[in-house]
Design a protein around this ligand. Structure first.
Ligand SMILES: Cc1cc2nc3c(=O)[nH]c(=O)nc-3n(C[C@H](O)[C@H](O)[C@H](O)COP(=O)(O)O)c2cc1C
Ligand code: SF4
Length: 678
């Protein structure tokens, strides 16, 4: 047996967990009608098969009607959930993984205009900044009703054959009772710590009565809200002790911080550019002080840090949650001594940011996660070996090469630049986003193992492509910034890319016209402001950077608000004129015939890219499919059968920004689903 600390079994009550790695609860927003159906099950089963010890399903699964999900959560207040959870648990158990679920009442952390339009409840009228609802202050009958709802939900989960449950306290109703900031009820529910904890112990007591002493029950909570006037570390430790001493629970799952604002949430669940494992020592202190089974997750993305967390005795079980979104086979790869093959989580937080925008959790660079059924993680070998030529080594081209190589094809890649990476390489030039390069680095490593041949500094024309005698050609040539959006003065502006690449140096004052609203505009502004320059970010939209989602915005704001940066929304850059050695920028509005102007040293335009597609159009008449894609087959994971030009010599596909400006996920997803069929 391996002596890797991560691979040692762990006994939790009567349950033996096969190793020390857990997936903490994270609602990927895959339910259909509030139920964890086939997509949901496939997601967890994939990870169970690959060896994770415990998967804590759902995330904030709702125990009551008046806790309507703000994103798409599992509704455990419905009886029909039992059948679905049983199927999921049975299948995961068949593969040796333990299965639990996180239950909650969201309290004020939701909205009254969701679900059944019931009032949002909390132990005070204090509103949560993130979800904005002004809550009703709870009455005795609310308390009794919700205690009963928790017990009913726990009983359903026991009936479904789960190994246990965890209650989500932090930021949700349980903690809203704990914290003096959100509880102004009279005794016996408010006031002293004992009173503030009373609701939690009522809930736990009711659950125990219903599920008996053997069913595993834990609590996920913050040991320190890190908020002025809130529950601090000393009180948090006292809460930890009382939870343990209650004899009602079996494990603690500790976090640190608060989630009522985007910056708070981002400190609790850190993203790229932030410190790894920032709360690990804190969790270790709680374990040391309580001597109780302790779980913890917060940006422990790599195996070495996870191993340290266990070997040093800071944790009993280490959460690697986004790491499993990025690579579901993480544990198998550790067991097989293939840690180098693990697809790294780069902390891009596309997954988590998406659910807050109503989407489902998707990994920026693993499009199979959440799509296990139609886009399996494993790439099947091709029955017939072919020659595949890929043009462009950005994320789309590299994924195409990796997938083609995994099929067993002979793959040649041409790249005009001296290095791979395309736009990702530009993005990653900023220190805070350096980890993005692992999207490129992991693919290059995989390609090397698969024998893919790269030609850098090679601007491939049709002749060079044809000389490879390809069976299929993938054009992944990307795009170039498009800045010609002005009535006058297009020649006086530079692009956000010019700033990111360092080709244009920041001037003393700059206007960044961000019409695309994606990372490039903010990143350029951030780089300019970092030099001490004054920057005004102007957008015609209602809010700035609408494509940069909530948690991703946090590091930008922290950086920009500390510098000379301002934001102007609902104004559109019309024209730029030279005025002496400066630039006069004229702003107009979509709302009416009004004009403003600015005198600056530099104008930067971020308006997305236009495809670099000459090669594609040159090759098109020579291809068997004339570049056509069968969208029905593409969307459902079917085969591309188009043969519209029998005279053609190869199949031809264009992917990523060579088609139209999109994002890294779209580019990689294009590549995966087209090339896995070749
Ligand atoms: C898509 C997504 C949804 C999440 N939803 C929940 C949730 O409902 N409840 C919860 O306690 N944590 C939730 N989390 C937080 C994770 O459980 C975990 O604490 C966090 O991702 C940090 O661990 P990691 O760095 O290993 O990913 C979510 C995380 C993700 C990525
Ligand atoms: S989207 Fe980013 S943070 Fe989320 S799993 Fe993928 S790489 Fe990790």
């Amino acid at each position: 047996m391996s002596n890797d600390p991560l691979l040692q079994p762990y006994r939790l009550k009567h349950l033996t967990l096969r190793n020390r790695i857990l997936i903490t609860s994270h609602e990927p927003a895959y339910p259909e009608d509030g139920m964890p159906k086939d997509r949901y099950r496939a997601y967890h089963v994939e990870r169970a098969k690959a060896g994770v010890a415990l998967t804590m399903t759902a995330g904030s699964a709702s125990v009551s009607r008046d806790s309507p999900p703000v994103f798409n959560n599992v509704l455990v207040w419905k009886d029909e959930v039992v059948g679905w959870m049983k199927k999921l648990a049975d299948e995961c158990h068949d593969h040796g993984a333990a299965v639990m679920i996180q239950l909650t009442h969201l309290g004020r952390r939701t909205r009254w205009d969701k679900g059944d339009w019931l009032p949002v409840v909390a132990p005070s009228h204090e509103r949560e900044a993130a979800h904005r609802a002004f809550p009703k202050r709870m009455e005795e009958w609310d308390i009794a009703r919700i205690v009963g709802d928790f017990a009913d939900a726990a009983e359903r989960m026991k009936a479904a054959g789960l190994d246990g449950i965890e209650l989500e306290a932090y930021g949700h109703l349980l903690e809203q009772f704990w914290s003096p900031l959100t509880n102004d009820l009279e005794a016996p529910w408010g006031g002293s710590l004992e009173n503030r904890l009373r609701f939690t112990f009522e809930v736990l007591g009711a659950i125990r009565k219903r599920v008996g002493p053997d069913f595993i029950v834990g609590v996920r909570y913050t040991g320190d809200q890190d908020l002025t006037g809130g529950m601090g570390a000393a009180e948090g430790l006292e809460v930890s002790r009382r939870l343990k001493e209650s004899g009602l629970i079996d494990f603690l799952n500790v976090v640190k911080g608060h989630i009522d604002t985007d910056p708070g949430l981002t400190d609790l669940i850190p993203i790229q550019g932030m410190r790894s494992a920032p709360h690990l020592d804190f969790a270790g202190e709680i374990r040391a002080a309580t001597g109780f089974p302790t779980f913890h997750a917060a940006r422990i993305p790599d195996v070495a840090t996870a191993r340290h967390a266990i070997a040093s005795g800071k944790l009993d079980m280490v959460g690697m949650t986004r790491a499993h979104l990025a690579d579901p086979h993480l544990v198998r790869k550790i067991v097989e001594g293939r840690e180098d093959d693990i697809r790294p989580c780069v902390g891009a937080n596309y997954c988590l940011d998406r659910i807050y925008q109503g989407g489902m959790a998707l990994c920026l660079h693993n499009p199979s996660s959440g799509r296990e059924i139609e886009q399996p993680h494993e790439i099947a070998p091709a029955p017939v070996k072919k020659r595949i030529t890929v043009v462009g080594a950005g994320p789309a081209g590299l994924e195409a090469a990796r997938v083609a190589g995994s099929r067993g094809h002979a793959v040649t890649v041409f790249e005009a630049a001296s290095e791979a990476g395309g736009q990702v390489r530009l993005t990653a030039r900023q220190e805070r986003r350096r980890e993005m390069m692992s999207i490129v680095g992991w693919r290059l490593d995989q390609c090397e193992k698969l024998g893919v041949k790269f030609h850098f500094n090679s601007f491939a024309d049709a002749e060079a492509v044809l000389a490879t005698e390809p069976d299929a050609v993938i054009v992944a040539t990307g795009g170039l910034p498009h800045t010609e959006v002005l009535e006058e003065g297009n020649d006086l502006v530079c692009s956000a890319w010019d700033i990111l690449s360092g080709d244009v140096k920041p001037a003393a004052s700059a206007l960044v016209f961000d019409d695309a609203g994606d990372h490039a505009g903010l990143q350029a502004a951030d780089l300019i402001a970092a030099t001490g320059a004054a920057v005004e970010i102007v957008t015609p939209d209602r809010s700035f950077a609408p494509e940069v989602m909530a948690m991703n915005l946090v590091p930008y704001m922290r950086s920009l608000q500390a510098r000379d940066a301002t934001f102007t929304v609902t104004w559109r850059l019309k024209s730029v004129r030279r005025e002496g050695n400066r630039l006069r920028a004229v702003l107009g509005s979509d709302y009416g015939p009004v004009l403003r102007d600015r005198l600056v040293d530099q104008v930067v335009v971020n308006h997305g890219t236009r495809p670099l597609d000459d090669l594609y159009f040159e090759l098109k008449p020579l291809s068997t499919n004339l570049g056509e894609v069968d969208y029905d087959a593409l969307a459902t994971g079917g085969s591309q059968g188009r043969l519209v030009n029998p005279e053609g010599r190869f199949r031809l596909y264009r992917i990523g920004d060579a088609v139209a400006a999109r994002n890294t996920h779209a580019a990689i997803y294009d590549a995966l689903r087209l090339v896995r069929d070749l």
